[in-house]
Design a protein. Structure first.
Length: 276
């Protein structure tokens, strides 16, 4: 049996309209998952819809404001109604603004924490309740001995492992640190239901945001490249193996309450290059 075969499982992926969320949806669909893609965008990338034909899985897109508890609960209930269950939840929706700490605005603080922290919390909470309900119907109050009910992955950041001279993103970094702070207590609470909870901290990755920075702030992107041991920014596809491993119980069934850092070695050395 292929330990990475996720045929018939249902994954709720936020931020799935593009970027890392789309890349995560793609690898899960390739493994046989049905995909419920959630995003604030009115329409997802055509690439998300193409997954259904390419991998013969069901792909549905839901426009949702992850900062709204009512919107999240309604959407997750609709996912269960239409796809039958939820086995995997990946929280990839997030925003970042470059602002000096001394002049960071309340607007930035409130919006960043609303999307990155509250949004991830609400979606994970709603999905976890669905998983727990299924577990209780099958096992009652007996504690789980095998993690087979579901898995939740929060997307943190390299920024919580090191401060970069290339950006001023204290607000974003604090929000991602809060995400990492959720992992251990939530993993502990949900372990009795057979649910694993981890975070993935990506390093500098070539998303739409980085592509925009290449034309707007080319020196910034060059700095990112210098900070990695390979002298380049990572590709979203280079995170797919990690996310698949985290979601595959037969591969990572004993891994929970942890942060997995994939950063091209950027946190492994003292960088000689300083942005001026």
């Amino acid at each position: 049996m292929d330990m990475y075969d996720l045929t018939g499982r249902v994954a709720v992926v936020t931020g799935a309209a593009r970027g890392l969320g789309l890349a995560f949806a793609e690898i899960l669909a390739r493994a046989g998952c049905h995909i419920a893609g959630l995003d604030i965008q009115s329409e997802a990338s055509k690439s998300l819809y193409d997954l259904q034909k390419s991998h013969k899985t069901v792909v549905k897109y839901y426009q949702v404001d992850v900062t709204s508890e009512e919107n999240v609960k309604t959407t997750v209930a609709k996912v269960v109604q239409e796809l039958g269950r939820i086995d995997i939840n990946i929280n990839a929706a997030g925003i970042v603004s470059d602002e000096p700490f001394l002049t960071t605005s309340m607007k930035n603080i409130e919006k960043t924490f609303a999307v990155n922290v509250t949004g991830s919390f609400l979606v994970a909470q709603a999905c976890a309740n669905v998983m727990v309900d299924r577990y209780k119907k099958q096992h009652g109050d007996s504690p789980a001995t095998n993690a087979t009910t579901g898995t939740i992955v929060f997307i943190a950041s390299i920024a919580t492992h090191m401060a970069s001279s290339a950006q001023q993103i204290s607000c974003y970094t604090a929000s991602k640190a809060a995400i990492r702070g959720l992992v251990k207590p939530v993993a502990m609470e949900l372990s009795k239901y057979g649910i694993r909870v981890n975070s993935l901290s990506p390093g500098y990755t070539m998303t739409d945001m980085i592509r925009g920075l290449q034309s707007e702030q080319p020196d910034l992107v060059k700095q990112f490249e210098k900070e990695t041991l390979f002298g380049r920014i990572g590709a979203p596809q280079e995170l797919q193996g990690a996310i698949l491993w985290l979601c595959a119980d037969r591969a990572s069934g004993w891994y929970t309450g942890q942060d997995l850092l994939i950063d091209g070695g950027a946190t492994s050395w003292k960088h000689p290059a300083i942005l001026t």
